[in-house]
Design a protein around this ligand. Structure first.
Ligand SMILES: Nc1ncnc2c1ncn2[C@@H]1O[C@H](COP(=O)(O)OP(=O)(O)OP(=O)(O)O)[C@@H](O)[C@H]1O
Length: 249
């Protein structure tokens, strides 16, 4: 049974998050929360700090101050051991997919299972690999190498690998960037399908307003280090605030 220890149904609560590099302030009192089974899109211009935010959430960067509570525990206070356990509950879809070129699709999908010692027997590993690939409609690619796959297929295999540990939270870093519009919409649909099937919560970083429209339960605009505005896609679409409106031009 999955444990849900966070308060008020929030799986992520970020409060007063500050991160500087030298005299460059990237995040300043940033706040955001994500509820169970909610998709929150973080919008922000290039260089606004979206990747820094994601890295702080998974403990790859230490904030200067503030809290990042994931499943009720504060990431900056976690020991390496606890952080490792929490990371097994958080899936991360990298912008560049981060598949190993020298491994087959099967080996790429087995990798997180072996790293976290999830499946004991080879039969269990095989079943989980095939379930993950069937989820993204790519069971037939199991013995192919990444170089034999199209950009959209690579993204779907990467998503299958992210999902194989059945994460409760998924962080998507620009999931549709570099894909043609038809493939991008297929990825949007997969994001929703997997959320529905596994009841995941997500933070999605994207500039693709179609992806926002299709996937966001809520949109948060990261501007000048803060969460400048939050609302639905429709709220944002109808906003007359130039800082919001510019994303629709
Ligand atoms: N390790 C680091 N050391 C110094 N500066 C950094 C570091 N990581 C990020 N930055 C700076 O923080 C700022 C925010 O970077 P970040 O990569 O989070 O932007 P982003 O919103 O993800 O941009 P993009 O949409 O282009 O990917 C940038 O000015 C970047 O140069």
């Amino acid at each position: 049974m999955k444990t849900q220890t966070a308060t008020e149904n929030n799986v992520i609560v970020i409060e007063k998050l500050c991160k500087h590099f030298g005299d460059h302030t990237v995040l300043q009192d940033f706040a955001l929360s994500v509820k169970k089974e909610e998709n929150v899109v973080v919008l922000g211009k290039s260089g606004s700090g979206k990747s820094v935010l994601i890295k702080c959430i998974i403990g790859l960067l230490k904030p200067d101050s503030g809290n990042i509570k994931v499943f009720g525990q504060n990431v900056p206070d976690m020991s390496h051991e606890v952080l490792d356990q929490v990371r097994a509950r958080i899936g991360f879809l990298f912008q560049g997919n981060a598949l190993y070129d020298s491994m087959t699709v099967r080996e790429n999908l087995e990798f997180p299972l072996r790293r976290h010692w999830i499946a004991a027997s080879q039969n269990e590993v095989e079943a989980l690999v095939m379930e993950a690939l069937e989820n993204v409609g790519l069971a037939h690619t199991v013995d192919l190498m990444p170089e034999e796959l199209s950009g959209g297929m690579l993204k779907r295999v990467a998503l299958a690998r992210t999902m194989i540990l059945k994460p409760e939270v998924i962080l998507y870093d620009e999931p549709t960037t570099g894909l043609d519009p038809v493939t991008a919409r297929e990825i949007d649909k997969l994001i929703l399908k997997l959320q529905d099937k596994y009841h995941t919560s997500s933070i999605i970083i994207t500039h693709d307003m179609n992806c926002v429209k299709n996937t966001a339960d809520r949109v948060a605009l990261l501007l000048d280090g803060r969460c400048y505005a939050q609302g639905t896609y429709t709220d944002f679409e109808h906003s007359t605030d130039p800082n919001i409106h510019q994303f629709f031009e």
